[in-house]
Design a protein around this ligand. Structure first.
Ligand code: SF4
Ligand code: SF4
Ligand code: SF4
Length: 229
């Protein structure tokens, strides 16, 4: 499947869909979201924005575990504008990180196959020894989550701790550090996984699905202060 330049440059923002639709998508399943990784592990994540308190323990843990240099980051927590007036103002928090797209523009544009998806896990990653630093993937990513690592000089981004925590049988550092259990990581191909249970029982959304990127990062919306269509 291809993802045309026009497709991934078009549009922005979130598409909200209800529990019913998400359930249908999972039940029919596998056809809507099928990939060459079908039958294998296909890791994804849910960020429950109703549980997120914006503490940024996840960003700190990511930096420490993955040795991410200062000045760049694999994971941001973006705070909303204040909702309501002081002293009763509240905020919502959005996770900004790689969406591990099943149809990833960064992979399509990479001239050296340095940007790739691990077929055993569905994780989109970078082969450092193949990266020539052209920057095509940084420009092509609709979520703007790739950067050049100032120490390694190659393209970098979240890899779900594939080369660190996952090798030790742990969950990604952000998930392990979250004090409110706002993050759930697991296999989208396993109908009994915790991540699928959340997707099936909550209203969830993914960012920019209209681009056809098929992101594997789901969010439970915190719709405080706004009406979601
Ligand atoms: S979010 Fe960006 S970097 Fe991550 S897989 Fe999708 S296109 Fe690639
Ligand atoms: S910067 Fe590296 S990973 Fe990105 S497109 Fe160029 S060679 Fe591929
Ligand atoms: S650690 Fe958990 S609660 Fe804190 S900002 Fe990250 S996702 Fe939100």
């Amino acid at each position: 499947m291809s993802c045309s330049r026009r497709n991934f440059l078009l549009g922005s923002g979130a598409v909200i869909f209800t529990t019913g639709v998400a359930t249908t998508a999972l039940a029919n399943g596998k056809k809507l979201i099928a990939t060459e990784t079908d039958g294998l592990i296909r890791y994804g994540m849910v960020h429950d924005e109703t549980l997120c308190i914006g503490c940024t323990a996840c960003t700190d843990a990511c930096r420490e575990v993955n040795k991410v240099p200062e000045g760049v980051t694999r994971l941001k927590i973006k705070r909303s504008e204040p909702i309501g007036d002081f002293p009763k103002a509240s905020y919502t928090f959005e996770r900004i990180s790689c969406q591990h797209c099943d149809n990833a523009p960064c992979i399509h544009v990479c001239p050296t196959q340095a940007a790739y998806r691990d077929p055993k896990t569905g994780i989109v990653d970078v082969k450092a020894d193949r990266c020539v630093g052209c920057g095509y993937c940084l420009a092509a990513c609709p979520y703007q989550v790739r950067f050049f690592n100032p120490e390694t000089k190659v393209a970098d981004k979240c890899d779900f701790c594939r080369k660190t925590n996952l090798t030790q049988g742990k969950k990604p550092a952000c998930v392990e550090s979250c004090p409110t259990k706002a993050l759930t990581f697991g296999d989208l191909n396993d109908p009994n996984s915790d991540i699928n249970k959340i997707i099936q029982t909550h209203t969830v959304y993914r960012m920019k699905v209209e681009l056809g990127t098929e992101p594997k990062m789901y969010k439970v919306p915190n719709n405080k202060g706004e009406i979601l269509g």
